[in-house]
Design a protein around this ligand. Sequence first.
Ligand SMILES: NC(=O)c1ccc[n+]([C@@H]2O[C@H](COP(=O)([O-])OP(=O)(O)OC[C@H]3O[C@@H](n4cnc5c(N)ncnc54)[C@H](OP(=O)(O)O)[C@@H]3O)[C@@H](O)[C@H]2O)c1
Length: 282
Amino acid sequence: MFVVIGATGIVGRETVGLLRKLGEEVAAVTRNPAADLPDGVRLVQGDPSKPDSITAWPPDAEAVLLSPRAAGGATAELLALAARGARRVVLLSAATVEYPAGHRRFADEFKAAEEAVRESGLQWTFLRCADFQANALAWAPQIRSTGVVRGAYAGAATSPIHQRDIAEVAVRALVDPQHAGRAYVLTGPQSLDQRDKVRLIGEALGRRLAFEEVAPEQVREAMLGQGLPDDVPDRLLGSLAHYAKTPGPTTDTVEQLLGRPGLPFAAWAADNTAAFVTPAGS
Ligand SMILES: NC(=O)c1ccc[n+]([C@@H]2O[C@H](COP(=O)([O-])OP(=O)(O)OC[C@H]3O[C@@H](n4cnc5c(N)ncnc54)[C@H](OP(=O)(O)O)[C@@H]3O)[C@@H](O)[C@H]2O)c1
């Protein structure tokens, strides 16, 4: 039995699906008692940031996939719960731990989660992920309505990663103890700036799209105007400012671990065209 904490998130959902395809028993921890999960997945209700709320933790759990965002500051308490039966934990960490970018406090959150995992006594694997290709979904409303993405730091370049690549590595680390004690920096195969990403989404849609650079302050004000907390523009703009000067890392770790190249952004865009198209009749 494998437990996924953050099971309805981008990586968690993909990992749950892959484990089920392999015929593994999976328990998904979610706050939502009506969460839509693949057939055969055991729903374990609770809020990971309040471990006491998880009353039906599976005693036969062998390994745990943990999202720091879902865990909030409760990683240590959650792992104390897990350690009653589980032997391994795989943590969804971030490349910024090893390649600092943006405000230090965000990297520090991941470092603190890694530290709590190290201290848990469980065997651990850290997946230090680059930005997700799926983050481009944040552009969907602008692309649907105008075909123009307005954002700061057009030249900010990273090698974004497909969630399937992270999930396939996560599954290997969950089932195979040979990954214990390893910290993997996982990136996509190509360095792309923001204009490249928008162009590739346009190519997948068969539409000409544009990226229009605006001042960072304008982006911040727009985000705060949408009711988002300060942390959201701080996280985004801090890292983009860094990547505009120094592109994010590109590693071949996915290829080494999976025996195939990481999935390119174009593949993600092709799989997700529906998100960027206004449904007919609406
Ligand atoms: N996006 C990136 O570029 C990036 C890069 C590197 C690392 N990461 C990290 O990778 C991890 C996985 O990210 P993800 O996007 O797959 O999913 P996620 O943000 O971890 O969300 C997973 C699930 O956690 C649950 N959750 C519980 N409390 C939450 C809270 N306070 N805020 C948000 N979600 C909460 C939600 O499930 P229920 O509603 O079902 O309870 C949510 O669907 C995160 O820790 C993230 O920080 C992300």
